[in-house]
Design a protein around this ligand. Structure first.
Ligand SMILES: [Zn+2]
Length: 379
């Protein structure tokens, strides 16, 4: 792994810690505001309950004073009744007294009603007061916690910032700029490559690109998400069908030249670009199918021509074509339909990488093969 990548990995950890701390610090005032809003709700409820209790009290006083007035009137009427001259006058006073007595009863009922209310109201006020007291205590505790956590976070933030500044100094300036720009938008600036995929965006790398990351000799950016890519063999899951394990020096088997089925990789297949193609001999005829290198989906129709595939499809056996190991049962291939399943695609990809590596190793020592279909790897 390049030293700059190792430093970037450390830097990314620091950057992520810093962001987490900053977010936590920014979150605390919002949390306190939310708590205080809840407290304000409880306070308002208590105020309303108290106001209602006060209104009840005032009503009770009003009814009581009405009763006193009415009782005053009644005794006045009684006094007057002693001096009346006629039966009519007496009856009229009696009617007034009865009316006042009725009014007193109505007021007494109202007072009773208010009294019942007052009891319930008192309970409400007490409950609201208790709730406010409990919430206030809780909020004070939460505020205290928030203040403590903020102070701790600030301390950690200072430490991480110092560490981050130290790490940044040692990294190539252009690389650092690129990393920080991607980091800003995507929250990470660095992504591991596992099973030929960028773990940042899950997009599969082109074989050439993958080899560059795998070899770890240069800085490679993901075509899709622009993150800086790195490869760690320790994290690569073992491929079941692998012809060769990455990092092991086991020799790649040479594809058989007389095989009735031959797989090729071509990096330059017209508009499709990178493809896998399979040439097969059947008795007297040859067929050719082409697949997208990454998705494994079939491109175009299967072609059938007379003769063996070398005679039938010479235009496919170009200088840049790489012959691959891989043989699949005809019946199995029928079942694939128009897409190579990922298990088979993996086998072919692994062998391609292996062929490209072999080629890189031997390119300086061996003369080039004269015909395309015999060499195991091509430029
Ligand atoms: Zn990516």
């Amino acid at each position: 792994m390049l030293p700059d990548i190792e430093k970037l990995l450390e830097l990314q950890i620091a950057d992520q810690e810093i962001r987490k701390l900053q977010e936590e610090i920014a979150e605390l005032p919002r949390r306190i505001a939310a708590i205080e809003q809840k407290l304000a709700g409880t306070k308002a409820h208590l105020e309303r309950t108290r106001a209602a209790a006060k209104a009840d009290e005032a009503n009770k006083k009003k009814f009581e004073s009405s009763i006193q007035d009415l009782q005053g009137k009644i005794s006045k009427y009684r006094d007057q009744s002693l001096d009346v001259k006629t039966n009519e006058q007496y009856k009229a006073l009696l009617a007034e007294i009865q009316f006042a007595e009725q009014e007193i009863r109505i007021n007494e009922d109202r007072i009773l009603e208010v009294m019942v209310n007052v009891e319930a109201r008192e309970k409400d006020v007490k409950a609201a007061e208790a709730k406010l007291k409990a919430e206030t205590a809780e909020i004070e505790k939460e505020k205290e916690d928030a203040r403590r956590v903020t102070a701790e976070d600030q301390q950690k933030l200072t430490e991480w910032n110092a560490k981050r500044d130290g790490l940044r100094h040692g990294i190539d300036a252009d690389l650092l700029r690129h990393y920080e720009r991607v980091m800003k938008f995507r929250r990470t600036g660095l992504a591991e490559v596992i099973e030929q995929k960028c773990m940042g965006c899950q997009v599969r790398l082109r074989p050439q690109h993958y080899n560059e990351v795998f070899n770890g000799q240069q800085i490679v950016y993901c075509d899709s998400c622009q993150r800086v890519l790195y490869y760690n063999p320790a994290n690569e899951p073992k491929v079941e069908h692998a012809v060769e394990q990455p990092g092991h020096a086991k020799r790649r088997a040479r594809p058989k030249s007389d095989s009735p089925q031959a797989w090729y990789y071509r990096p330059d297949y017209g508009e499709a670009g990178e493809v896998l193609l399979v040439l097969s001999n059947h008795s007297g005829t040859a067929s050719r199918a082409v697949y997208d290198m990454h998705s494994g989906r079939q491109i175009g129709e299967i072609l059938n021509r007379e003769g063996n595939y070398r005679q039938a499809f010479p235009e496919d056996l170009t200088e840049s074509a790489i012959r691959l190991n891989g043989h699949f049962d005809e019946a199995e291939m029928q079942e694939w339909g128009t897409e190579i399943p990922s298990s088979a695609l993996d086998v072919l990809h692994v062998d391609l990488r292996s062929a490209q590596r072999d080629h890189a190793k031997t390119r300086d020592h061996k003369p080039r093969s004269s015909t395309a279909h015999e060499h195991t790897a091509a430029s």
